[in-house]
Design a protein around this ligand. Sequence first.
Ligand code: BGP
Length: 467
Amino acid sequence: MRFANDFIFGGATAAYQCEGSTREYGKGKVAWDDFLAEKGRFQANPASDFYHQYPVDLKLCKMFGINGIRISIAWSRIFPDGTGKINQQGVDFYHQLFKECHKKGVEPFVTLHHFDTPNTLFQKGDFLNKETVDAFEKYASYCFEEYKDEVTYWFTFNEIWAVCTNQYIEGTFPNGEKYNMTKAFQSMHYMMLAHSKAVLAYKKGDYKGKIGIVQSLEYKYPYNENKLEDIIAAKNEDVLQNQFLLDATFLGYYSDETLKIAQKLCALNQGMLDIEESDLEIMKKAAKENDYLGMNYYQSRFIQAYDGENDIYHNGTGEKGTSRFRLKGVGERMNKEGIDRTDWDWLIHPESMFDMLVRIKQQYPQYKAIYITENGMGYKDDFEDGIIDDTPRIDYVRRHLYYLLKAIEAGVNVKGYFIWSLMDMFSWTNGYNKRYGLFYIDYKTQKRYPKASAYWYKYISQTKELF
Ligand code: BGP
């Protein structure tokens, strides 16, 4: 089996993780700026200095057969306070960037929000406050019009689940709150409302391009598939991360099963989800208009029933075996014999990508197309004698592409694959020793070096065959 000739072999980036210049050129503050400074472990400057180095990165794309790039616009570069005053320098920067993409024959796939709500809105409650929903719609509409000649492929949000779990359950994103299921669900709902409003605004504008959303999905298997408690635990986690957001995306409402489980999980915090009928009206209209789903896929989970105290520990250093994720009344994530893990305890389980793709086709037959918008392996790359041998990363990607091809064979319409990441960059909760790039970055000099995976990826994109 081969990849279709128009298949996108892309590389993914995100503004805050690669641009650097976080407080320069008129950019407004985001909550991360202070959060990282307080923690004192690492910061997002200069990161990969994409703000200045993008011509180099796009040249590398062209040289290495990478025909698509995921870029996100930093909302606070355009609207430093989230709404109101526009920062022309920021507007111009993205014009230049998109123009350079086209000059190099690299199609930009542009995300409007990748974990970086402007601080002014964040401090007022972020997406728990409907003011942010409306501000997002305005920002999105501004970008649709401003960049209509340069951007054909839009995504509203990157990984609503990651935002909400890390902000309100795991406590690894600002403001570091933990175990608040109700806030996580409520914020997911309002972000889906914001997505829906932006999709409808785009379609109303009658632009020539397409629009969708990026969700981060993980297949949830019961640890013991013969044990009812584990089956229930796996379903809890599935609704929490996958089904709640997939329902909102494809149906525009929450199925009875989804709602029942969501309310059960909110009740664990004596909370209740507030979903207004008028929100659902908007979401139902928008659900029909999504042109594609972006699916970020890294790993699966094996869940067993858990009734002890909440206990989450994030392995942000790469010390294998230190992660814990146990949520009272929801479930506990387990390792599984025979399934290897990265140093950050992410399970390497490529078959599960096939299971997730087929599930979407079966459960939501109305989906139109899917792009794998992120997949890749965090690895402690060594730079030895000018050679960066990242064979484990090549294996990881090869095995995922194999199951992706199998899913296409099974009838799933997958149009492209973006490796996370194009080049090494800042990792939100892990810093700089967790590298993902096809291109190694020496952060002192900002020089780029192709890793073995870059040469391998080039070969695949040129031949359209998997080796
Ligand atoms: C996704 C995000 C990316 C990126 C990636 C790797 O959730 O969309 O921004 O960071 O995961 O995650 P990490 O950097 O935590 O290893």
